[in-house]
Design a protein around this ligand. Structure first.
Ligand code: HEC
Length: 111
């Protein structure tokens, strides 16, 4: 079998390193992951960014959630599945990691 040109090896090694760094960053950045999660599951009703109004008038923006709600309870709530008294609020269940990521994100945007 023909050998790969030597000059291509550092390129391959570099590419592999970049890919595994990107994976590590995803695992190590729960806030980004949390933002993606609440964006997917909650943004239909709640404002999930630092700015903007909630699409559902009755749903509080997440950046002020900490005012009326104990954020320490948030991960546990997400893992157990949120079932608010409000009928508009669907039932959710997050894995432990996802719950902590979502909580970390919500904490990061509190005002
Ligand atoms: C279909 C609309 C809708 C979606 C989707 C939704 N919510 Fe809500 N949520 C509401 C409404 C409306 C309220 C206000 C309920 C009330 O005042 O009784 C609320 C209230 C809450 C509260 C406060 C509950 C309490 O007991 O005080 C939390 C926490 C919350 N939502 C988190 C979430 C999270 C996290 C997600 C995504 C995983 C989500 N919501 C998705 C509509 C929604």
């Amino acid at each position: 079998m023909k050998q790969l040109p030597r000059s291509i090896l550092p390129l391959i090694v570099g590419l592999l390193a970049t890919v595994s760094l990107a994976n590590a960053a995803q695992v190590q950045d729960p806030i980004r992951r949390g933002r993606a999660l609440v964006g997917e599951f909650c943004s239909r009703c709640h404002a999930v960014a630092r700015f903007g109004n909630s699409p559902n008038r009755n749903a509080m923006p997440f950046r002020t959630l900490g005012r009326n709600f104990d954020l320490d309870q948030f991960p546990r709530l997400l893992e157990r599945g949120i079932s608010s008294t409000h009928p508009d609020m669907p039932e959710f269940k997050f894995s432990e990691d996802d719950a902590h990521a979502a909580a970390a994100y919500v904490r990061s945007i509190q005002r």
